[in-house]
Write a protein that binds this ligand. Structure first.
Ligand SMILES: Cc1cc2nc3c(=O)[nH]c(=O)nc-3n(C[C@H](O)[C@H](O)[C@H](O)COP(=O)(O)O)c2cc1C
Length: 370
């Protein structure tokens, strides 16, 4: 559904009146109910299952996998971090695909739907050259017809809603998303997420959410605002100013699930050292289960800095963890430094459902971005 000019001006009047927006309020993408207005961003090399489950526990209403290569399904040659797993406590879960061939994208979408995706998300934002030179990711912002065909092929292939995540355009100052967005809705997209930076910009400068407000006024489907949201105040300002249905949080949640709780519930205050250690140890255990010890130990290194920084632990402690040989030693050091974390960890582990999990041999790309 594309909005008419009258719809747009009516919406514009509503934003003016919007005032403070409640974050703990449900909304819908097609038939999928999303319990809060906070979405956890897809981040390649970050959004593993442990990250997604943690995000749900701390208030994200929707979580998204890192981007999965549809080319990898056919050629099995994608350099991978691991394989996709879907657990019962992740839902609603979006699984993000990237690729350039509509038929292969449709096939991949059927596979991710079968494994339990509640939503199939399409990546039209990844600025990394290894991805764009294959005709995927942000390259499609300059190829509206191909982009349309991809979304239409996926929408025909699956019953679950299809959503698209875009950047503003390829070049700085581009407004391509405003032309493309409504076309993608015509092709069958049930929601759009906009990260209003250009691909050229990568992560420099700031996200220009005036563009998000324009996109909101052009389409009738829900829009999610992504970029530079790290606090409740900022989340509410972006929701009020843009009329977006929800905000997406990425970097602000790295090693900091407490930021999600602050955004959703206004629960301010830094976590204690015990809480940080308990969450990090749980994260380590889950990452090892998911990726295996060898891959997990490399993958986890950046998380040590994210969790232990911000003045939570002394700098030399982090350096010490980075030197340790195994994740078991890291755990021992963490629990030694914060013994009160042991009982917190037990409580956390008791809460997490065990049992059947779906796994899918679909390579997760290590070339991230969007
Ligand atoms: C390390 C990293 C990896 C990312 N990977 C993806 C990805 O796989 N798919 C995607 O659509 N966006 C990806 N993004 C973009 C984020 O989803 C988000 O749009 C962006 O970081 C802006 O939000 P933020 O300011 O809250 O981080 C990635 C961002 C980062 C920092």
């Amino acid at each position: 559904m594309v909005a008419t000019a009258a719809d747009a001006s009516q919406q514009a009047r509503q934003y003016h009146l919007r005032g403070v927006v409640e974050l703990r309020e449900s909304w819908k993408i097609g038939p999928v109910e999303v319990p809060t207005r906070l979405v956890l961003a897809p981040m390649a090399g970050v959004s593993v299952q442990a990250f997604r489950r943690q995000g749900r526990r701390y208030g994200a209403g929707l979580v998204c996998s890192e981007m999965v290569s549809c080319a990898g399904i056919e050629h099995r040659n994608e350099k991978t971090l691991g394989y996709l797993r879907v657990a019962a406590d992740e839902h609603p879960l979006a699984i993000q695909l990237f690729g350039s061939d509509p038929r292969a994208m449709g096939d991949a979408a059927r596979m991710v739907e079968a494994v339990g995706a509640d939503i199939v998300d399409v990546n039209f934002g990844c600025p990394v050259r290894k991805v764009t030179r294959t005709g995927a990711g942000a390259h499609l912002l300059d190829e509206p017809e191909s982009a349309y065909r991809i979304v239409a092929a996926i929408a025909e292939s699956v019953d679950v809603p299809v959503t698209v995540k875009l950047r503003r355009g390829v070049r700085n100052g581009s407004r391509a998303c405003l032309e493309l967005g409504p076309k993608l809705v015509e092709a069958g997209a049930s929601s759009l997420t906009l990260h209003p930076r250009s691909a050229e910009q990568m992560y420099t400068g700031t996200a220009d959410h005036a563009l998000t407000a324009e996109l909101v006024s052009l389409v009738k489907v829900p829009v999610v605002a992504s970029g530079d949201v790290t606090s409740r105040v900022r989340a509410q300002a972006v929701l009020a100013e843009t009329g977006a249905e929800a905000v997406m949080v990425g970097r602000g949640a790295q090693g900091n699930p407490w930021a999600l709780r602050e955004i959703v519930d206004g629960h301010a205050g830094e976590p204690s050292c015990e809480e940080v250690a308990a969450e990090l140890v749980l994260f380590i255990r889950e990452a090892v289960r998911e990726l295996g010890e060898r891959r997990a130990s490399g993958f986890l290194k950046k998380f040590y800095g994210w969790y232990l920084g911000q003045g939570r632990f002394p700098k030399p402690f982090k350096q010490e963890l980075l030197q340790l040989e195994s994740t078991e030693e890291v755990e021992r050091r963490l629990l030694g430094a914060a013994p009160g974390a042991v009982s917190l960890l037990e409580a956390l582990e008791a809460e997490i459902p065990t049992g059947a999990e779906n796994t899918l041999e679909l390579p997760i790309s290590i070339y991230g971005g969007g």
